[in-house]
Design a protein around this ligand. Structure first.
Ligand SMILES: Cc1cc2nc3c(=O)[nH]c(=O)nc-3n(C[C@H](O)[C@H](O)[C@H](O)COP(=O)(O)OP(=O)(O)OC[C@H]3O[C@@H](n4cnc5c(N)ncnc54)[C@H](O)[C@@H]3O)c2cc1C
Ligand code: SF4
Length: 238
């Protein structure tokens, strides 16, 4: 069941993190992940901060790095000449994600922050520590063919849902975050999973930063059908 929320549109990045510092707040970018969750009653923020019109959609090459704004659309990033030429593994991962319609709407920041694709998360009759902390993990001992083999915990064996994050990790990308207390900071993408969900919620992802590579990178995935989350996503960079 949907629950009502107050709506506010952020005027700039600082305004966004200031508004999001209040508990029970969520950001709205392209809405392709958040809105279905809200409609299913799986997200119930008291306030939604619309960041969709902030000027964070540019993709630029600055010195030796490619900088991708958090509000760049997946389709625009996948088709960008610098990304196609120098980070082909990232372009391939973006093109493998979802459908053309979703890629035209979905943003880079939202892709990283999307919720899990574990089916038990969406089944409110099943225990799921991610949805309802302390209720157990139905995937452990359940149908878990698409779940993690390595790097799981006793509480959750879900894999990261983002194809792009796998390529970004192989490319050793960094994320620029803007938080209410610490200001702007740069975090290696591999370290962001260790951040608490509260810290992630209170921060706005502003940019993704990739060193320009030699153009030697690639991504692939195994899935039963498309568009859906893959059974396995892989990426390598040389
Ligand atoms: C049918 C379908 C198939 C899909 N298949 C794939 C797939 O194969 N591979 C894949 O990788 N993904 C897939 N996805 C996921 C899709 O890529 C994400 O839904 C999308 O990237 C989310 O971006 P958004 O801008 O719509 O985010 P939103 O829905 O607006 O937000 C998602 C979350 O991110 C937070 N958020 C958004 N922007 C920021 C920011 N700048 N800073 C901090 N928090 C932020 C929001 O608060 C929210 O919690 C699929 C989605 C659908 C609907
Ligand atoms: S793996 Fe377990 S805890 Fe994690 S999302 Fe799935 S059911 Fe929930």
């Amino acid at each position: 069941m949907t629950s009502p929320f107050a709506y506010a549109r952020a005027t700039d990045e600082q305004d966004a993190v200031r508004l999001a510092a209040q508990p029970g707040t969520a950001f709205l970018a392209g809405g392709t992940d958040f809105l279905p969750l809200w409609k299913a009653g799986l997200a119930a923020p008291s306030r939604v901060i619309d960041i969709g019109r902030l000027a964070l959609d540019r993709i630029e090459v600055r010195d030796d790095v490619v900088v991708i704004g958090a509000l760049a659309r997946l389709a625009d990033a996948a088709g960008h000449p610098s990304i196609r030429r120098e980070l082909p593994g990232l372009a391939q991962a973006l093109l493998a994600s979802a459908s053309p319609q979703v890629r035209n709407m979905a943003t880079i920041g939202g892709n990283l922050l999307q919720r899990t694709r574990c089916p038990y998360f969406y089944d409110t009759a099943a225990g799921c520590n991610k949805r309802d902390p302390g209720s157990g993990c139905s995937a452990i001992g359940g149908v878990n063919r698409g779940h993690a083999i390595l790097g799981a915990s006793d509480a959750c064996i879900a894999t990261h849902p983002s194809d792009m994050a796998v390529a970004m990790t192989a490319l050793e990308a960094h994320i620029e975050l803007l938080g209410p207390d610490q200001g702007a900071r740069r975090v290696a993408i591999a370290r962001t999973r260790a951040m608490t969900s509260a810290a992630r919620r209170a921060s706005s992802t502003t940019h993704l930063v990739n060193s320009r590579s030699s153009g030697k990178s690639g991504s692939n995935r195994l899935s039963k059908r498309r568009p859906t989350s893959p059974l396995m996503a892989m990426a390598a960079s040389g």
